[in-house]
Design a protein around this ligand. Structure first.
Ligand SMILES: Cc1ncc(COP(=O)(O)O)c(C=O)c1O
Length: 370
């Protein structure tokens, strides 16, 4: 992969991942099922619960991926949304608003949030670890069910998982998927997988800016197939094998090292809040803004400098003071040299646009100078 052409973005390129170390303790994972994407894992758990009992209301956090909200709303009318501050790792869910016959989806925001399970009579809880696969909250979860959109962390075309945490005590089983036989030449998941696979291969071999549009096009066609497919398809064995090979790599150790460097070198700024904890390791470099204009100014500056952050999430409206997040990718693909570049660009944007600690900015600029 040529970073000078491709910049810093979310789409993984195809590479040999045998170089990545494995985590040693995988005992948190109870019964589990692999899926092509995280949304199918959520839907599948709901189907398993419905085989045992009715669900009065499915509660989801207000601050959540709008595409997944829309996708779930297409088939379920009884969805309601609850408020929780996504940028405060200590914020607590108000459990009094739910009924015991409800199901509540909780989110391990950015991999740094644990969601304690309330005692006494309570609704069933599905915990989403899409931004914190193998984070502390994920491996220690006591929820009834957990899910993760693995494709955000694993460099695999498509992947998601539903599991029963070993620390949980829910008796409702995850049943095997009983789908009809499918023609793998035409089914939407195989087509989506192949398009994503093609995007990853093209990205790995891309050396010319013009070729970028080709992998982006394959990727968005693959994404559209997910958006338009409600049916749950069982993951093919050859795909399962690839997912399993990538499942327990120690992705967080790379992020930890990169984020430590960033934390030490990013100049304090009044423009954003850096959401960072040494432990547990956050999903990425998280910059949170109060207003949309400042976030958009930073985002465009980053893009002009070939850094492609994810905006989470464009259509959310929350009551908190800080409400717009940019996530910059700092995963195993990137080294300290890459972090040096990211920090220099962000510090430059801050000093050109906002009050910063000028003393620290100039000290850091000197340190970063080639
Ligand atoms: C927190 C979270 N959970 C679940 C999902 C759904 O994952 P997928 O896109 O793999 O269906 C997303 C998607 O963006 C997400 O951000």
């Amino acid at each position: 992969m040529q970073k000078s052409v491709l910049g810093y973005g979310s789409i993984f390129h195809k590479e040999d991942i045998t170089r990545l170390p494995e985590i040693s303790d995988t005992s948190f994972l109870g019964n589990h099922t692999l899926f092509y994407a995280g949304r199918y894992a959520i839907k599948y758990i709901i189907d398993c619960i419905l085989k045992e009992r009715d669900i009065a209301t499915l509660w989801m956090p207000n601050y959540y991926c709008p595409y997944v909200k829309n996708w779930l709303e297409e088939k379920r009318s009884s969805i309601k949304y609850y408020d929780i501050d996504p940028f405060d790792a200590n914020a607590q869910i108000n459990w009094k608003q739910f009924d015991a016959s409800d199901v509540v989806l909780t989110n391990n925001y950015w991999g740094i949030k644990a969601n304690p399970i309330p005692s006494g009579t309570r609704p069933l809880i599905i915990e989403d670890h899409s931004h914190g696969w193998l984070s502390e909250g994920c491996v220690q979860s006591k929820a009834d069910f957990c899910i993760a959109s693995l494709r955000k962390t694993l460099p695999i075309p498509l992947s998601g998982i539903a599991w029963k945490p070993k620390n949980g005590n829910c008796t409702i089983p995850l049943l095997p998927i009983n789908g009809a036989a499918v023609d793998h030449n035409t089914d939407p998941m195989t087509r989506s997988w192949n398009l994503m696979d093609d995007a990853m291969t093209k990205k790995a071999n891309c050396s010319d800016p013009k070729e970028k549009s080709e992998f982006l096009s394959s990727y968005s066609q693959g994404e559209m197939l997910l958006r338009n497919t409600q049916e749950i398809f069982e993951v093919q064995n050859i795909h399962k094998e690839l997912i399993r090979k990538a499942l327990f790599k120690d992705y967080n150790s790379f992020k930890k090292q990169n984020l430590e460097y960033i934390h030490q070198n990013l100049a304090p700024s009044t423009a954003y809040k850096l959401l960072y904890l040494e432990h547990p390791v956050p999903f990425g470099l998280l910059l949170v803004f109060k207003d949309k204009e400042t976030m958009a100014s930073c985002k465009h500056y980053l893009i002009d400098n070939a850094i492609y952050p994810a905006e989470l999430w464009p259509k959310n409206t929350i009551a908190q003071k800080y409400k717009h997040l940019l996530n910059l990718h700092v995963d195993f693909r990137y080294t300290t040299d890459d972090m040096r570049y990211l920090v220099a660009v962000i510090n430059r944007w801050s000093s050109e646009n906002h009050d910063t600690d000028m003393q620290k900015t100039s000290e850091i600029s000197e340190k970063l100078a080639p």
